[in-house]
Write a protein that binds this ligand. Structure first.
Ligand SMILES: Nc1ncnc2c1ncn2[C@@H]1O[C@H](COP(=O)(O)OP(=O)(O)OP(=O)(O)O)[C@@H](O)[C@H]1O
Length: 687
């Protein structure tokens, strides 16, 4: 006899008071040791088959499903409400896919659905029947994507206005397929796996996203302690398959913001640690705040298996490589960009670099010479100047090279190293037999890796099929200009797969933010990422966009929005106010103060730049100060020395706004001063 629990149970548990949750945990633990529930008061729910309630306390009941082999915890709540929930549902194995589903009884939810005779008004005021978007779909098509038989007709007859209520009643896989279809996608892309006859209906990939077998008491405790962290347990089949697959080379998971790439990276690291006895995994990303957040989630995920923590190290890639350098070559002293700029200025003063601007020379150093660790003039003449499309004639190249030699000598005199030099040295050490100490590297936010980091990862993963796993979204690249990974030795072609279910952001916010980016983005290796066809798993209010005449009006509007969110029972920490850069932070602070709130670092409304917001999420977000010269940042664009780089930098500004908008789960307000950022036209466009 197996004990299982379902995501509906976790959701319901999360809504109970802490004291009630404790009582539920005791009864659930008793059931783990005695799944038949012999010592517990059980009552059959009369109107539905197979459902029982277990008494937790005078008022609380767990709803169970019992069949020959399984006892499944499906819900928990106060007495009457728990019975009402149970009386509206049944558990059945889907006749086509073989997945176990919790199905709402059609006759009990009819009040939520408004059928057939709904009328809408035509162009000339004449009555027309309401459009039924799924009327043309056959029973077979609907069964293929997991619509339960009882729901075939309600789906086919549903008028457009009632589809939201319909989606709430359908199993997730069916709702996602229909939602994609409704927004222009193809139903055939969602045909579910069909289980072999006689196989366990709980092991079907679609069933595993909502049901979980409890292996031991530690796992039960971990799940009950973290009812909000559903991602730790219930993965989408596409997420699980990417995390657990054997790869024949470096692999990448992509997907638009909020599709669970970080979650897949975490599960991937844990999967390797669990499966391979001698694994030493580096779970990494590019910035410290992101690594801290990754580390916190990793702790949650391994709560029931703390022994796995010894096999996984979570830290930034820079930190990991810095430590390796310290171990093998001594502690490096890192050159700051101000050192480089000063050396370039001195070189120009000394008469070098004729005709080339300091800004051009700095970018050329940063993106080509240093990134590729070019140390000889001959190598500079042939290095692929990726991302730099301004051609240099031989004389200009010689002039530039004289500056770079000067810079390199200056750094040596000062005994400082660039990050690229640190990476290159550790890589050469590894090639000469100095072990890194990691068998696998899992990288989150890989779109923002630098040239030196990609080169390093490409080199260390060579010849090992499963050694490198990357998660990232090129539509969110905000720190570096694009470059080819393949030319740096990191080839993921044929092993890059996109996630399509958005768990973070409401349908309305995601649809608006998506308009900022093209439907398909290709990276510099020609790998295309299709961004359309992504569906959100929940709805919310339409995002708002507001252009005003003065900063005072903006402040007032943002303050009002914040107060509305607080009225809707959000905490201050669940609200984020994001701006393009440091120069606009004052406007954000003033708006928070105008709402009568203190500006605080802890537990207050979060105020951050768009760059800092990467990796964060909030229930409500205000993207403020989207003014004409702020987004894109005209000062930054004006400073770009290589004219050809302008276009790429412009795109990263667009990505920034996308990142900011997609931090919102339920509510989004975008504000700016008239006439507003040019990107706002895209946000409001119809397509
Ligand atoms: N299987 C899942 N079940 C429940 N929640 C999930 C699942 N997968 C992801 N989430 C939730 O969705 C949200 C977004 O996940 P995550 O941060 O991994 O997305 P992402 O694709 O990395 O986003 P971004 O591109 O913005 O960094 C998080 O709150 C996460 O907990």
């Amino acid at each position: 006899m197996n004990l299982l629990w379902s995501s509906t149970f976790t959701d319901a548990l999360g809504k109970l008071a802490p004291q009630e949750q404790k009582q539920v945990k005791l009864t659930a633990t008793d059931l783990l040791f005695d799944p038949k529930g012999n010592g517990i008061q059980l009552h059959r729910v009369e109107k539905t088959q197979g459902l029982w309630t277990a008494r937790v306390s005078q008022d609380l009941r767990i709803v169970l499903h019992k069949d020959g082999d399984h006892t499944l915890l499906v819900y928990v709540g106060h007495h009457d409400e728990a019975y009402r929930w149970a009386e509206r549902r049944k558990l059945v194995q889907h006749e086509r896919t073989g997945a176990m589903q919790i199905v709402e009884l059609v006759e009990r939810v009819e009040e939520r659905l408004i059928y057939t005779d709904r009328i809408v008004e035509g162009d000339h005021g004449q009555p027309l029947p309401a459009p039924k978007p799924f009327a043309g779909l056959s029973d077979d098509q609907l069964l293929d994507v997991g619509v339960p038989r009882d729901w075939l007709e309600p789906v086919q007859q549903a008028p457009e206005a009632s589809v939201d209520g319909l989606f709430d009643s359908l199993p997730d896989e069916a709702a996602e397929a229909l939602l994609d279809f409704l927004t222009g996608g193809r139903l055939e892309d969602h045909v579910a796996v069909q289980a072999a006859p006689g196989s366990d209906p709980y092991t079907h990939p679609d069933a595993q996203r909502r049901f979980r077998v409890l292996e031991n008491v530690e796992e039960l405790q971990a799940a009950l302690d973290q009812p909000f962290e559903k991602w730790a347990v219930f993965l989408h089949p596409a997420q699980r398959s990417l995390a657990e697959r054997d790869w024949s080379g470096p692999a990448r998971v992509t997907g638009s913001a909020g599709t669970g790439k970080t979650i897949v990276a975490l599960h991937r690291a844990v999967h390797i640690a669990r499966e391979q006895a001698d694994a030493r995994v580096l779970l990494t990303t590019f910035s410290k705040p992101l690594a801290v957040s990754l580390g916190r989630k990793f702790e949650i995920l391994t709560e029931a298996e703390p022994s796995l923590r010894e096999k996984v190290q979570v830290r930034t890639l820079d930190q990991a490589v810095y430590d390796l350098h310290t171990k093998y070559f001594g502690q490096p002293s890192i050159a700051k960009s101000s050192h480089i700029r000063a050396a370039i200025a001195d070189a120009i003063k000394a008469g070098l670099g004729a005709g080339l601007t300091p800004e051009f020379l700095f970018e050329e150093w940063d993106e080509v010479v240093d990134a590729w660790n070019v140390t000889e003039a001959g190598a500079y003449a042939v290095v692929p100047r990726i991302g730099r499309r301004t051609r240099l004639g031989p004389q200009q190249r010689d002039a530039a090279w004289s500056v770079f030699e000067f810079v390199r000598e200056r750094l040596e005199q000062r005994a400082v190293m660039t990050w690229s030099q640190v990476f290159a040295r550790v890589q050469s050490g590894e090639e000469a037999g100095q072990p890194l100490g990691y068998t696998h590297v899992v990288v989150d936010e890989a779109q923002d890796l630098s040239v030196a980091q990609v080169k390093f990862l490409g080199a260390i993963s060579k010849g090992q099929d499963d050694a490198l796993f990357l998660a990232g979204d090129i539509g969110q690249r905000i720190f570096h200009l694009p470059f080819s990974w393949t030319r740096l030795g990191l080839d993921i072609r044929g092993r890059s797969h996109a996630l399509k279910v958005n768990y973070r952001t409401s349908h309305q916010i995601r649809s608006m933010a998506d308009k900022l980016l093209p439907a398909t983005i290709a990276d510099m290796d020609g790998i295309e990422e299709g961004r359309r066809g992504t569906v959100s798993i929940f709805d919310g209010p339409d995002p708002r966009l507001l252009l005003v005449e003065s900063v005072e009006q903006e402040q007032e509007a943002v303050a009002k929005f914040i107060l509305e969110c607080l009225d809707a029972e959000m905490t201050q920490a669940e609200i984020g106010v994001l701006v393009r850069g440091d120069a606009q932070l004052g406007r954000a602070r003033d708006a928070v103060r105008a709402a009568g709130l203190d500006v605080r670092d802890d537990a207050g409304v979060a105020i951050a730049t768009m760059h800092e917001a990467k990796g964060l999420e909030f229930r409500a977000v205000v993207v403020m100060a989207c003014d004409e010269h702020v987004v894109p940042d005209s000062k930054r664009l004006a400073m770009i020395g290589d004219v050809a780089d302008l276009e790429a930098a412009f795109e990263t500004e667009r990505h920034l706004l996308y990142v900011a908008c997609t931090r919102a789960r339920d509510r989004l307000l975008v504000t700016g001063l008239e006439p507003g950022s040019e990107f706002l036209d895209d946000l409001t466009s119809r397509s």
